[in-house]
Design a protein around this ligand. Sequence first.
Ligand code: PLP
Length: 430
Amino acid sequence: MATNSKHPETLVLHAGYRSDPTTNAVAVPIYQTTSYQFRDTQHAANLFGLAEMGNIYTRIMNPTNDVLEQRVAALEGGVAALTLGSGQAASLFAVQNICHAGDNFVASTDLYGGTWNLFANTMKSMGIECRFVDPADPENFRRATDAKTRCYYAETLPNPKLTVFPIGEVARIGRELGVPLIMDNTAAPVICRPLDHGAAIVMHSTTKYIGGHGTSIGGILVDGGNFDWEKHKDRFPMLNTPDPSYHGAVWTQAVKPMGPVAYIIKARVTLLRDVGAPMSPFNAFMFIQGLETLPLRMRVHCANANAVAKHLSGHAKIAKVIHPTVMTGEAKKRAETYLSGGMGALLGFELKGGADAGRKFIDSLKMFYHVANIGDARSLAIHPASTTHSQLTAEEQAQTGVTPGYVRLSIGLEHIEDILADLDQALAAA
Ligand code: PLP
């Protein structure tokens, strides 16, 4: 750790790296290598036996990725992290690390469609049951829990509803029952730290705000180091009994000298070793660049989105604006509790003119990009009913919060006057 600061602006520039030990380079070098020369046979044996930490093979670890891991762990207030090839890989690893065939886990219904598919279909085919529950009532998580439940999973700021997840409430239920909460914090980096509210693990699709420039696909898992896996031995045999895939290591014991990192070390040296979904060092470098300006960018993203929400509220062609700043009741309370650093830059609205108006609006945009992505420096828009959600029935679309006239925006960093002008001219044509 090259800084003791607690401030995100400083951590993203200094945590985990001062200069390159061999060249003194200030920018983090891209270590584009597959493998690393062992000093001697004892050194090699120590590394494989986890008696000493160090580099073996880039499928499992890499010095460029290591800096990104340390920085994101510091930013989220965790103890260690693991970079992966995509957000999807991070979601899979987050659960699969502690949930095996015959086990189950409980997930919020408010999830990114790709995560929903992974959990409902691919993981089902692996013998892992995902129980989806409505997060409106946190007690739904308790009701769905049994002796085989290994974790809870949710998104901080899920789109399209953009209703903030009750992190503290569900984390408390989980801690009572011995079930860790895993949070996908992709849409709310810096503005929310789920670990501070009792979550045990955080994941990000780094593809979005952390990268910030729409260039690279990646994911990361952060271990909060705050969950007592040993206390719940029966629920977590995979961390408390000998692992036949690693010469009988008992993870909670084997890594004790390194700190409370059993979860993340196991993910790295068993799952990543076996499944092989690493982030490339080049992409890790790109995410390090993105991370350096993340706190600054989030401030502008959020300020621009606040202004857009205000501008669109009351527009003659818009039935409803969806953004935490214009919410009321419980949703407002949750946003104020958990989004302490800003209200996010995802924003939705419903056009009174329905699907036709939605399509016309999108086709009339001149500056906003029409893409299936979020978190870019540029402003982005999509009409879910005719794209991402078009395979669902009207009823299913409504359940996910998508109405025929619903438009999703990811507000970028352009000047606010230009953002509003593009929205206004497209609305005039819709
Ligand atoms: N989680 C959320 C909230 C997302 O929006 C996405 C992608 O859109 C993912 C996870 C998956 O990330 P990736 O596309 O990097 O695999």
